[in-house]
Design a protein around this ligand. Structure first.
Ligand code: IMP
Length: 406
């Protein structure tokens, strides 16, 4: 019985969905603590694929309690779509299996509208995330609890007033359009009412009872609002601290798993020191099918960067690595890894020999080619963190669990 947190260690898209899908099957509680519809986790229900954006990945596990903490931002219209998608595969979440924190903030149509125009500089997902968190910080946000006390209409109008001058300048006509959307928006929110409550006692109870509790991180360490590549970051705390402020319940995390992709990708703008612009980068994109799950955008690709991973390890105290997409490197004659920075601030690389063998779905670590094993060992040794899960293909059974949290 233990508490496990799974976090992205790079710029998101490390393959967290597969790891949390695997672990959610043995969890009694799965909790999300930050982010919102900007995330995209692919999980499987039998042979059917389900892409979850806001709902915790335990929604497909019978008997599992799924909680969305106060650090998340909830887009009600999109959440209803996700619930609909679950119904289509025969899963009907009830208040017994799903709880949304009454303290979580709501992404309103205003946030999405503004992000659609102003988010371009950062290359956001356009889901209104940054503006929902900004309104939370400047104390004009709407919390889910508004659906319980009937203050929704007024709160929406007040929020719109604070955005009016900017909208009138940059998006004439938007204010009237948004006013016309109030009804649709409040109706959507109202449908979530049965799930809205103070989730803290339940989470605390599960932790005290020693249940298997899985904290499901979204995005990655380098997109953390404080510790990431600011301003090219998301607007929440993706490192471990976010799990405490984003739930309001103290927990000791027995297993702190970093999901590390065997190379690096990034969507959106911002620095990427090990980015490959030429044919090798394009080759990596093709091998790894590197296109965004949420927006479909092609991802920028480059070599693994241990310098940045050390920074992420310091922030979150990883004690296990889930290494993903190792199979995508098969056939490369050489693989470079940034081990640090030179005096000019540029990455210093170490080049390791590649392997030719196809390792898709390898049955054991011992069956891997020596050079693949050496690559895995090199990462673990450089970070001082063992590889506890190794993914060698997109399917669920193409995963080697070397040390399971439960
Ligand atoms: P936002 O979270 O939509 O505000 O976008 C801010 C930055 O985070 C952009 O560079 C996005 O591409 C990136 N981002 C947000 N969510 C994800 C994710 O789930 N995977 C990868 N990148 C993300």
């Amino acid at each position: 019985m233990s508490t496990c947190i799974v976090m992205g260690s790079q710029w998101g898209d490390e393959g967290k969905g597969k790891v949390v899908d695997l672990l959610a099957r043995g969890a009694q509680v799965v909790v999300r603590f930050q982010g919102g519809a900007n995330a995209g986790h692919t999980i499987w229900h039998g042979t059917r694929k389900v892409v979850l954006h806001q709902l915790p990945s335990g929604v497909l596990t019978p008997g599992c309690l799924n909680l969305v903490g106060n650090g998340s931002v909830v887009d009600p219209e999109r959440m209803l779509e996700e619930l609909e998608e679950l119904r289509a595969v025969g899963v009907e979440p009830t208040p017994d299996s799903l709880g949304l924190s009454s303290l979580a903030h709501v992404v309103t149509p205003i946030h999405k509208r503004v992000d659609g125009i102003a988010g371009g500089r950062i290359g956001t997902t356009g889901r209104g995330i940054g503006f929902a968190y900004a309104d939370k910080a400047r104390r004009v946000g709407i919390r889910l609890e508004a659906v319980l006390d009937g203050s929704l209409h007024d709160a929406f109008r007040q929020q719109l007033e604070t955005h009016r001058p900017w909208l009138e300048e940059h998006d004439p006509g938007a204010v009237d359009e948004l006013l016309r959307r109030i009804e649709l928006f409040t109706r959507a929110l109202d449908q979530l009412r049965p799930f809205v409550r103070d989730i803290r006692p339940e989470l605390q109870g599960a932790l005290q009872a020693g249940h298997n509790v899985l904290y499901e991180g979204a995005q990655g360490a380098l997109l953390d609002l404080d510790h990431g590549t600011y301003p090219f970051v998301t607007s929440s705390s993706t490192a471990i601290g976010g799990a405490l402020t984003g739930t309001g319940v103290w927990a000791a995390f027995d297993h702190r798993i970093a999901v590390v992709k065997a190379y690096t990708t990034r969507v959106g703008n911002g620095p990427f020191p090990t980015e490959l612009h030429g044919p090798i980068g394009e080759d990596l994109r093709a091998r790894g099918r590197e296109y965004g799950a949420t927006t479909g955008r092609p991802r920028r690709c480059g070599w693994l960067d241990l310098h940045l991973l050390r920074h992420a390890t310091r922030a979150s105290g990883y004690n296990g690595i889930a290494l993903t997409k190792l199979d995508c490197l098969s056939g490369l004659p050489e693989i470079s890894v940034a081990t640090g920075r030179g005096t000019d601030g540029q990455p210093v690389y170490r080049t390791l020999p590649g392997w030719d063998e196809d390792i898709l779905g390898a049955p054991s670590v011992d069956s891997l080619p020596a050079n693949a094993r050496a690559y895995v060992d090199f990462i673990a040794q450089q970070l001082g963190v063992p590889v506890t899960i190794l993914s060698t293909g997109p399917d669920r059974d193409q995963t080697l669990v070397l040390e399971a949290p439960w």
